[in-house]
Write a protein that binds this ligand. Structure first.
Ligand code: DGL
Length: 268
């Protein structure tokens, strides 16, 4: 059981930023990644459709005999986490709780910005979780729908990315937030543009850092930590666009991964 892999999934390349943090925190664990690049972005999809996609992906990962599941997609974590948790009996971790934990630990003034997909912002998941723990907090959420296609296109550090970030984040910058949550797993790839668009004293939190620590604890508590001296073997699967994925994966993972294209469903 301990030697089984950890399953991770996202709509595309974004979840690789989460895989990176997990590899750093748990370097002995095998990972199996699925990126639904053919159907990305997920940001505007209805909850029922997100549930249907999650079901297909989780069935695929469960067939690979995973011991824990990381929902490395902010949108699924924010909109339908309870539903996804019920799809399997292994431990499931999502992105909202770690992001909120990190932000509450970092903020002094309680003025917190959340940048995320339209679906995540509409869910209000971060706001609700923050206000439950700190009722006097001021939460400012901004949907940044162009960030995902920019990242998937590999345009993560150019003038277009800088200007897009400036426009989306202008209100947040003017509103004197002291902490900002990267509420979508693609956004760490745009960190340079995001930093330039916010005042330099704003703390930017990547939920994946806390998630990796939570995962370490979850595996430890459940007696599921892999104890083996041999190097782990990671597998990467996607639903389409291999060239693009492999190129961006080098940026997100800082190692290249030779993703395999799999057909989980028809063409849509
Ligand atoms: N990376 C995912 C997220 O965190 C999905 C973004 C998208 O596909 O719109 O929300």
């Amino acid at each position: 059981l301990k030697n089984k892999p950890i399953g991770i999934f996202d709509s595309g390349v974004g979840g690789l930023t989460v895989a990176r943090q997990i590899m750093d925190a748990l370097p002995q664990e095998h990972l199996i990644y699925f990126g639904d690049s053919l159907r990305a972005p997920y940001g505007d999809r209805a909850p029922e459709q997100l549930a249907q996609f999650s079901r297909q992906i989780i069935d695929f990962l469960m067939d690979k005999d995973i011991k824990a599941l990381v929902v490395a997609c902010g949108t699924i974590s924010a909109r339908i986490f309870g539903t996804v948790e019920q799809m399997t009996d292994i431990p499931v971790l999502g992105m909202v709780v770690p992001g909120v934990t990190a932000a509450l630990a970092a903020t002094k003034t309680g003025r917190i910005g959340v940048m995320a997909t339209a679906g995540t912002v509409a869910s209000g998941a971060h706001r609700t979780a923050i206000l439950t723990q700190r009722p006097d907090a001021q939460v400012m959420s901004v949907a940044c729908p162009l960030f995902v296609p920019l990242t998937e296109e590999g345009w993560s550090d150019n003038t277009v990315a800088d200007m897009t970030a400036q426009i989306y984040l202008a209100d947040m910058a003017a509103n004197r937030i002291d902490t900002a949550i990267l509420g979508c797993t693609h956004y760490p790839l745009l960190i340079n543009s995001i930093k330039k668009a916010l005042p330099s004293d704003v703390t930017i939190v990547d939920p994946a850092v806390v998630l990796a620590q939570d995962l370490k604890k979850t595996l430890g508590d459940a007696g599921l930590t892999r104890v083996d001296d041999t190097l782990p073997v990671h597998q990467f699967y996607i639903s389409g666009n291999k060239e693009k994925f492999d190129k961006i994966s080098a940026l997100a993972l800082k190692v290249s991964c030779d993703a395999q294209v799999v057909k989980l469903y028809g063409n849509k």
